[in-house]
Design a protein. Structure first.
Length: 328
């Protein structure tokens, strides 16, 4: 099948495109190489795609373009069997600073994709949503029917995207699935996230820095689990018209995360604290029961195992990745 991966030069989209090529699918990546964070990581990801594609009988295309441009989107969707939509302006803080830009990309861009997919009659659109749609927890772990009251413009755009997808399914019969990812980490992860920062500092003998008191809790998801969920959905209609949490269901405090990284790399370091940042969720915790029932999803690693694997990857890729983390 030919799969269009929007945002395929980014962290998660990059892993998805790599896995789909490895599985023998034809892949088109659409990405505008938005300089939100170090472009070097995206260039590296595109090189990985070319290397994987070279060894296989698959067609790989990278198109530098924008999901806000309906003509580009229409032309690419017309050739696709499945659309896997990862392109977005990620980042809660960025959305507080630039709400118009975030809305343009995450809402208008998604409508372009859905509209083109409806016209092209694609088999399925799989969309990256986020735990940010939930907002303040009334009960944890979040189940998919928990009230949605996002506390950031980013969360609002992701919730709007979900509603748009549902409406396209109901009005036009377009099969769509929204996956609510819970903080994703792993090789090539966005450099401005807690795990990459903690690892980078500890590797260099500098104490990890926590924003707030460290008692915020997060459900960290290893990127391979996100890949598995998307891979299953390429050929399954089990979740059409639905939303699923994709998390680890193993939530830990930021304090514990910093200790986990520190203990594996530099146990002598004392953790440092700075003031909390606005609009960050206090607690996230995924129930993955529904994803387990509907698509057989099962988280594969504990956080300590996943962090260990990321540290191993970081050390093997330190030469090119570390300067990009340090400049972010
Ligand atoms: P990312 O920033 O690494 O990837 C997004 C990609 O989209 C980037 O390569 C960027 O260049 C591209 N992009 C941005 N604007 C674009 C536009 N207008 N046109 C075309 N391409 C554009 O982010 P990520 O962490 O890989 O996130 C992927 C998806 O998963 C996003 O939709 C994000 O909202 C969602 N998500 C991520 C996490 C996480 O923890 N990483 C958690 C929840 C949801």
């Amino acid at each position: 099948m030919r799969i269009l991966v929007t945002g395929g030069a980014g962290f998660i989209g990059g892993h998805l495109a790599e896995a789909f090529l490895d599985d023998g699918h034809d892949v088109t990546v659409l990405d505008n190489l938005e300089p939100f964070y170090a472009e070097g990581i995206k260039r590296h990801t595109l090189d990985v795609h070319r290397e994987v594609a070279e060894g296989r009988a698959v067609d790989y295309q990278f198109v530098e373009g924008d999901v806000r441009d309906p003509e580009t989107v229409e032309a690419l969707v017309a050739d696709a069997d499945v659309v896997v939509h990862q392109a977005a302006q990620a980042g809660v803080r960025e959305s507080v600073d630039n709400p118009r830009k975030v809305t343009d990309i995450n809402v208008d861009g998604t409508v372009n994709l859905l509209e083109a997919s409806k016209e092209a009659d694609v088999d399925r659109v799989i969309l990256a949503s986020s735990s940010s749609v939930y907002g303040k927890p009334q009960s944890l772990p979040y189940e998919e029917d928990h009230p949605t009251e996002p506390v950031s413009p980013y969360g609002v755009t992701k919730l709007t995207q979900e509603h748009m997808a549902r409406v396209y399914t109901e009005l036009h019969g377009l099969p769509t699935v929204c996956l609510r990812y819970f903080t994703v980490y792993g090789p090539r992860m966005r450099p401005n996230m807690a795990i990459s920062n903690f690892v980078s500092r500890c590797v260099n003998g500098e104490p990890p820095v926590i924003y707030g008191d460290g008692q915020q809790t997060r459900d960290f998801t290893y990127v391979a689990d996100v890949v598995d969920a998307n891979r299953t959905l390429l050929e399954s209609d089990a979740a059409d018209g639905d939303v699923l949490n994709i998390g680890s269901s193993d939530n830990i405090s930021i304090q514990k995360l910093a200790e986990t990284v520190r203990d594996q790399l530099a146990p002598e370091l004392e953790i440092e604290y700075e003031s909390a940042r606005e609009a960050d969720a206090e607690h996230t915790h995924a129930s993955v029961e529904k994803a387990g029932e509907v698509i057989g999803y099962e988280p594969s690693r504990t956080i300590a195992e996943g962090v260990g694997e990321f540290i191993e990857w970081y050390q093997a890729n330190r030469e090119w990745y570390e300067p990009l983390v340090r400049e972010s």
